[in-house]
Design a protein. Structure first.
Length: 313
């Protein structure tokens, strides 16, 4: 169920995942209506980032947009993204074109929702559809204008850099980052921690990319992988956090399973699947017993830690 805290978490998640590639529907909308994306470090409940039906995503019963899926395909809405630096997935502007089909019964509500975001300066998550089933998170955007052609112009936005602006502009029912007319100190701490962690992750990923060029389990090429710590960041010291032997390049599906403890490995690198994974989840996440990790001696202590402390038995 969408509420203020869930909305808050989804926006924070979009900002934290900027530059990450999500493969398939599972990390974006889950398996089905009964099995959405599970709760995580950002969102406290099962949730959905986008319904993957069209560009605009307005949750049922809500007056605002949560996210937008931009494309560069002439078959859809044409060139929508003006890039600042495409290699870093940084956009300058995005032209949000509303649905134009004459029989589209969601067209009016989508336009009304976009205008709500514009009037109330409520940020939205931005995804870039690179190919079928492949989306890159571009972070957050703010609708700043509706032009004479009905196109909504979006500029990049950062929660971290605009907390005071958020408090002054978001209406009472959407003041998702503040309580009692004052700044939430816990949130400030979390933002600082996440910013430091994100910078560390970027450096860590570069180190891993120099060593590997594909997912350690399924072979997906490195452009679609994430840098995953074996011994989690929060319990690692500074040396361990940047130790390439404490890292794996994993595709988004396998990174999620490994990070949450649904899979781990024996001392010989054989895959272990948690009994908490159902058969259908094993199929959807592409997990099978033949998968094996190529372990070095330097990685074994880290793997032992993960198996004994993170893996769900």
């Amino acid at each position: 169920m969408l509420n203020e805290r869930v909305h808050q978490g989804i926006l924070r998640k979009f900002e934290a995942l900027k530059g990450q590639t999500l493969v398939g529907k599972l990390p974006i909308k889950g398996v089905n209506k009964e099995q959405r994306v599970p709760a995580d470090q950002f969102v406290e409940e099962d949730h959905i980032l986008h319904d993957l039906i069209r560009g605009f995503y307005k949750p049922a019963g809500m007056p605002f947009l949560i996210s937008y899926q931009a494309t560069e395909s002439d078959e859809n809405y044409g060139q929508q993204i003006i890039w600042k630096d495409k290699s870093l997935y940084e956009f300058e502007t995005i032209e949000m074109r509303p649905p134009s089909g004459p029989k589209d019964n969601r067209k009016k509500s989508d336009i009304a929702a976009a205008r709500y975001n514009l009037e109330n300066q409520t940020p939205i998550g931005i995804m870039h559809k690179v190919d079928k089933g492949i989306n890159v998170i571009l972070g957050l955007g703010m609708i700043v204008e509706e032009d004479s052609n009905g196109i909504f112009i979006v500029k990049p936005y950062s929660l971290t850099n605009n907390t005071s602006t958020l408090y002054n502009t978001i209406p009472n029912d959407l003041k998702i980052f503040f309580e009692n007319d004052g700044l939430d100190n816990d949130l400030i701490t979390e933002i600082v921690k996440e910013t430091k962690q994100r910078k560390g992750q970027e450096k860590f990923r570069k180190l891993l990319l120099n060593k590997y060029n594909y997912c350690a389990l399924c072979g997906v090429e490195s452009i679609h992988t994430r840098a995953s710590h074996i011994k989690p960041w929060v319990v690692s010291n500074n040396q361990e956090r940047l130790d390439i032997h404490n890292g794996l390049l994993l595709c988004p599906n396998h990174d999620y399973l490994f990070d949450k403890g649904f899979i781990s490995f024996t001392g010989k690198g054989n895959l272990l699947a948690s009994p908490k994974l159902s058969e259908i989840q094993i199929q959807f996440f592409n997990v099978h017993s033949q998968m094996k990790l190529n372990l070095t001696e330097q990685m074994k202590d880290y793997i032992d830690y993960h198996r004994n402390n993170v893996f769900i038995k």
